[in-house]
Design a protein around this ligand. Structure first.
Ligand code: GSH
Length: 209
């Protein structure tokens, strides 16, 4: 297998953490987004949609989405389980992973990519060069606030997002919570359930990679 990673971006970090949690050692190639290597001819031959991460499977497929990478690795290496073992738990983990992506990752990206000078003309990932829309950055910030409130409510009910166990859903929400620093957002003071959850995940060896 070959793993295409990028040390500065959140979505590759999700896959990197998942691989580490599984205890796998996969040949890794770093794609520098700072140098624009995702648009190089050689990388576009791997992923024409110009996004990272990518996992080339043992069978030769190029998986270009975290959900696909996690599904594949979980099926090949079920232990430790990160995507649940019972039908109910598997479904809850997918639900909370989708919530973390759509209500956490998406608004953070919206706020970052529509405001940061480094993202001028690059308001969305992928091959299209799109201009920033400042109103989307503002809206993104409001949605990030709502994300932190939602996390705190949920983590007051449960130690981890989907169940009693750490899972793909926590890993996903953790990476996006951490990445919120690029829009100068942090876990709000007083959100103690979220802070305890965050600190517990940060202490895992996979979080330091
Ligand atoms: N839905 C994809 C998202 C992949 C993605 O958007 N990756 C970003 C880095 S976090 C990227 O490749 N950006 C390239 C760019 O901004 O040009 C996944 O789950 O992996």
């Amino acid at each position: 297998m070959i793993f295409y990673d990028c040390s500065t971006a959140p979505n590759p970090r999700r896959a990197r953490m998942f691989i580490a949690e599984k205890g796998l050692n996969i040949e890794t190639r770093d794609i520098s987004m700072i140098k624009g290597e995702q648009h190089s001819e050689s990388f576009l031959a791997v992923n024409p949609r110009a996004t990272i991460p990518v996992l080339i499977t043992e069978e030769g497929s190029a998986l270009t989405e975290n959900l696909a990478i996690a599904t594949y690795l979980e099926a090949k290496h079920p232990k430790p389980p990160l995507m649940g073992t019972t039908p109910d738990e598997k479904a809850r983990i997918m639900m909370w992973t989708a919530i973390a992506e759509s209500q956490g990752g998406a608004p953070i990206a919206e706020a970052f990519r529509n405001a940061h000078p480094a993202m001028k003309g690059r308001a969305l990932p992928g091959p299209l060069n799109l201009e920033q829309i400042p109103a989307l950055a503002e809206r993104g910030l409001k949605r990030v606030d709502a994300f932190f409130t939602m996390l705190e409510t949920r983590l007051n009910e449960s130690p981890y997002l989907a169940s009693e166990q750490f899972s793909l859903a926590d890993l996903t929400a953790f990476v996006f919570t951490d990445f919120a620093r690029v829009i100068k957002q942090r876990i709000p003071e007083g959100n103690s359930a979220t802070q305890a959850w965050y600190d517990a995940i940060k202490a895992r060896p996979s979080a330091s990679l």
